[in-house]
Each structure stands twice: as structure tokens, then as C-alpha cells.
Design a protein around this ligand. Structure first.
Ligand SMILES: [Zn+2]
Length: 127
């Protein structure tokens, strides 16, 4: 007999993590501001700018700022989020981040991942 997974007991009326994620994704997809923001990332202009920006700024600015080992940046972050009026194509509003730092910033400052938005004391990482 193959090993069996232990049963997971879910309280009645409480959505599972997968259900909560699905509902959150659906909410985000319906949100017009979010749709508009996503639309920018699909433009040729953004992809070109992003590639050029990462070529000039290859390392995560947050890793640099906190003195940890230089990490290659994979995300071009908007310091002031687009939905808060940040210029989408202004390089002064962009900073290179690694996925880890971008995730932390999104969760703590931008109100992403289902977190409530807070004021950003350190949205911009300075070296
Ligand atoms: Zn980093």
C-alpha cells in the first residue's frame, strides 16, 4: 500500500489557503487600477526600458544598502507605485531589486499579497 497523506481537517466555513489565493487573484484581476498597472508591463516600451535598466543597474539596491552580498537584480521596482501616481517610465522612479527584496517591499509597503498598504518609510533604498 502506498504511503498515505495524513488527513487535513479544515474548520467548516473557513476557506483553504488555495481557495483564499484563488479569490485574491480573482479580486486583483477585476480591480481596474490593477488591470491598468499590469497593462504597462505588457508594453514593448516597458520591456525595453526594463532590460536596459537592468543592464546599467545589475545589482539589487536593497542588498547593497543593507550591506549584504551583491545579488543580481531581477526586478525593476517602481519606488512610488504606479497606482499611487508614480511615473511608470521615469528612471528616477525605478530601482533594481532582487526577487527577495521586491517581495518584502511589496508586502510591507505597497499593500501587496493581500496586505494592507502602509505608508512607506523606506520604499526607496539608498546606498
Ligand atoms: Zn536584494
Amino acid at each position: 500500500m502506498p504511503p498515505m497523506r495524513p488527513p487535513v481537517f479544515q474548520p467548516i466555513g473557513h476557506p483553504t489557503a488555495a481557495q483564499r489565493k484563488r479569490e485574491s487573484d480573482q479580486r486583483r484581476a477585476r480591480d481596474p487600477a490593477n488591470r491598468q498597472r499590469r497593462a504597462i508591463y505588457n508594453t514593448v516600451a516597458w520591456r525595453k526600458l526594463r532590460t536596459e535598466f537592468l543592464a546599467v543597474n545589475p545589482y539589487c539596491r536593497a542588498c547593497e544598502a543593507d550591506g549584504s552580498r551583491p545579488t543580481l537584480a531581477t526586478v525593476v521596482d517602481h519606488i512610488v507605485p504606479i497606482e499611487k501616481g508614480g511615473a511608470p517610465f521615469d528612471t528616477d522612479n525605478l530601482q533594481p531589486l532582487c526577487a527577495s527584496h521586491h517581495g518584502r517591499k511589496t508586502a510591507s509597503h505597497d499593500g501587496g499579497f493581500g496586505h494592507s498598504a502602509t505608508t512607506a518609510p523606506q520604499a526607496k533604498y539608498t546606498v
